[in-house]
Design a protein around this ligand. Structure first.
Ligand code: SF4
Length: 404
């Protein structure tokens, strides 16, 4: 059932963005069905379904409609970029752990942002390391936010009131502060730093004070937490913080410490998280945005290397943040060229590439946790891909009809 307020937001979105009416009807219906699982909210002036989509009243949503739904751009719609590899925390599951090299300077990052937008990116996540440690972060946000919805993933380290305000002024629409547990000692242990919990809570308060950014928490949930029903407890705690969104992501086998089939979430646990998301979203208050649901076979599937791209802090281009592989460095080739080549190996598919193929990465790496281009191609020669997800089945059908 669609929440009543959603109708009003959708009607206003259609008025602002009349091109939506020309989108293939089956895709519009698909979106309506997906959106029905969320309450669209006005978070600090942004009409937000959840933070993995551009706000409906943002120029980026118009670009998404035009470039991806109408013009069928072959480029990615979503990207993440690393602003630094430096970080005071030492998380066991950090996807950046094995990435090395010379960090991009600000001019190179700005060029990457420009090239990402040129090839179709309308949602950009800033990550790291700890992106707040990049002294030019506000400048980068400002350059990206023209036509692109920009979201920050942060531990909150080094945030000040002034920095939070500067990010709001620069056009940041959403922030996710990492917080994995309601017990400070467990969060601090997971993050390898005493005081990490207190830092996260303070950052949440400072971002809320700006009054212009959607404020959320991103939590990595392990199988043990799911089995013990502790994700519910975590959501209770997060609801009490007065934040807008909880972005949940299961622990992924993207680093050596997690290259264990026993750690990969199973179908039952995935369904438990989806049910929890749906239950919570029926109530007013906190929005739960479970990434595994967005990326499930019923909805958008795995977009790694297809509609998603990651440029790490050293300029290496990967299919997504969780895939420790590179297909080239933007200092050596244009982003468009690297993406085009990478995409030829990544058809869109129904479920998480890394959950299914991490053993190939482990074997090709021979002890290294991050694969160079040659080893990455070796993995791709053996990788398995599933059928298309629900969305891409319809999308591809529309593409064929358009060509006919
Ligand atoms: S590999 Fe997994 S984490 Fe990466 S985009 Fe695909 S579904 Fe998401």
């Amino acid at each position: 059932m669609i929440h009543l307020k959603n109708f009003s937001f959708l009607a206003r979105t259609l008025r602002r963005n009349p091109g939506m009416i020309r989108v293939q009807p089956a895709l519009n219906l698909f979106f309506l069905r997906y959106i029905a699982r969320f309450r669209i909210k006005d978070a600090a002036g942004h009409w937000i379904v959840h933070s993995h989509l551009p706000p409906l009243n943002h120029k980026a949503f118009g670009r998404f409609t035009r470039d991806h739904l109408l013009d069928r751009s072959p480029g990615p719609s979503h990207a993440q970029i690393g602003l630094t590899n430096a970080c005071p925390q030492r998380c066991a599951y950090c996807y950046n752990r094995e990435r090395r090299g010379q960090a991009m300077d600000t001019e190179t990052i700005l060029r990457a942002v420009r090239e990402l937008k040129e090839i179709g990116v309308c949602w950009l996540g800033l990550t790291g390391g700890e992106p707040l440690l990049n002294p030019d972060i506000a400048r980068i946000v400002e350059a990206a936010a023209d036509g692109c919805a920009v979201k920050l993933f942060t531990t909150g380290s080094t945030l000040t009131r002034e920095k939070a305000q500067a990010l709001k002024q620069a056009g940041l629409f959403s922030v996710s502060v990492s917080l994995d547990h309601w017990r400070p000692e467990i969060h601090d242990r997971n993050r390898g730093l005493a005081g990490a919990f207190a830092t996260a809570l303070r950052a949440i308060d400072l971002f809320k004070e700006t009054g212009g950014i959607q404020v959320g928490v991103s939590a990595v949930v392990g199988r043990e937490m799911i089995r013990r029903g502790q994700v519910e407890e975590l959501l209770e705690f997060l609801g009490g913080l007065g934040i807008d969104e909880a972005w949940l992501c299961e622990a992924k086998p993207s680093v050596a410490a997690f290259w264990d089939p026993g750690q990969v979430i199973n179908e039952d646990e995935h369904r438990q998280l989806v049910r929890l998301q749906d239950r919570t979203n029926r109530r007013a208050g906190l929005t739960v945005n479970y990434l595994g649901h967005f990326e499930s076979r019923e909805y958008f599937g795995c977009n790694a290397g297809h509609k998603m791209i990651y440029v790490d802090a050293c300029g290496e281009v990967s299919p997504c943040v969780f895939t420790p592989m590179t297909f080239g460095n933007i200092r050596e080739r244009s982003l468009k060229e690297i993406f085009g080549e990478m995409k030829s190996y990544f058809p869109s598919e129904d479920t998480c590439f890394i959950n299914k193929n991490f053993t190939l990465i482990r074997d090709a790496g021979r002890g290294r946790g991050f694969l160079d281009p040659a080893a990455s191609l070796q993995v791709m020669s053996q990788a398995r891909f599933g059928p298309l997800s629900g969305f891409f089945r319809l999308y591809d059908r529309g593409k064929r009809n358009k060509k006919a």
